[in-house]
Structure formats: C-alpha cells, structure tokens
Write a protein that binds this ligand. Sequence first.
Ligand code: CUA
Length: 187
Amino acid sequence: MAELSDAANPDIIDAAERRWAYAVAGVVVFVFAVIVLAGVHWAAQPPSNVEAIDASRLHLAGEFMEGNLGTEMQPDGTAVVRVLAQQYAFVPQCIVVPTQTRVAIRVTSPDVVHGFLIAGTNVNTMVVPGFVAEVRTRFDTPGAHAMPCHEYCSVGHEDMWARVEVVDRQEFVRAYGQQRRASCVRQ
Ligand code: CUA
C-alpha cells in the first residue's frame, strides 16, 4: 500500500499544500491585477464608448446634423438612432424604434454633460461633450418608455425629458418603410 504511506508522509503533504497555496495566491494576484488595470483603464475614459467628435461643429456637418437625427434602418435590418442631448432638450423629442431589432443608439452633446436613460431598460449612459456615447440594445415588446436626462445639466435639467416609442416591427415597416428617417414627433 505505497499510496497510503505516501499520503501519510508529512513532506509530501507539505509539498502538495505549498503547491496549492502558490496556485491560489497566483489566482488572487491575477484577479486583483485585472481589477486594478480595468479600473484604471475605464476611469481614464468616458463610459460606454470612446469616440471623439468636435462638439462645436455638430450642427454643421456629420451624422448629428439636424436632418440625420432620429431612427435610421440599416441595410442589414438593424437600426441606428442618433440623438442630440442639449440644454434642455433631446433632439428628437420622441424616438421610435421597432421591436425585435438590434438598435444602436448614438448620443452626443454640444454643450455640457447630460445623462441618457431609457426607463424600464438597462440603457443608461453619460453623454459627454466631445464624445459619442453608443449603447446597443433590443426592445422585445411594444410600449412607451420615459427618457429623462439624469445628469444635472443646469437650471433646465428637470424639464429635460423625451420618450421612446417601441412599435411592433411589422407596423414599423408599414409606417416608416418608405422613409429614410423615422420619428414619432408629429410634424
Ligand atoms: Cu440634461 Cu440634465
């Protein structure tokens, strides 16, 4: 019974325990290093997306010009929503999106930091001037969601609200299929 006598040998037990102690210490050091590095990395940049944009020229050129705001269906069947968050309104005031569709929401600000949150979903990001915040999501059921600004952005902050209308995908295609931009703001 060599195994039994090996197992009872204190040297072998010590060596095995030491190996496990090193392995566990290694895991702890690794996890700690990941936490520290990730914390420093994310603290050094704005949340969600690091994409710089010239906040002073949003209205002059590029994707955040007025005519480009709102929901745009892509050739691959996904949707891109472009929103401007500014003191003290979102443009557009109402976003319409289809259900069962991958939606990328791109938001930026020409003035100060705003918050972008869609109530009842996990969409929640800061909007920092000079950067484009991008959130990818998907709405499974039709309905309406409130969309308040949740970063204090000065005196008009509490009036800075918009809303999101989630429309059944077939209905959406019927209503907006011919248009390049979809918006539930009545014009
Ligand atoms: Cu915008 Cu608070």
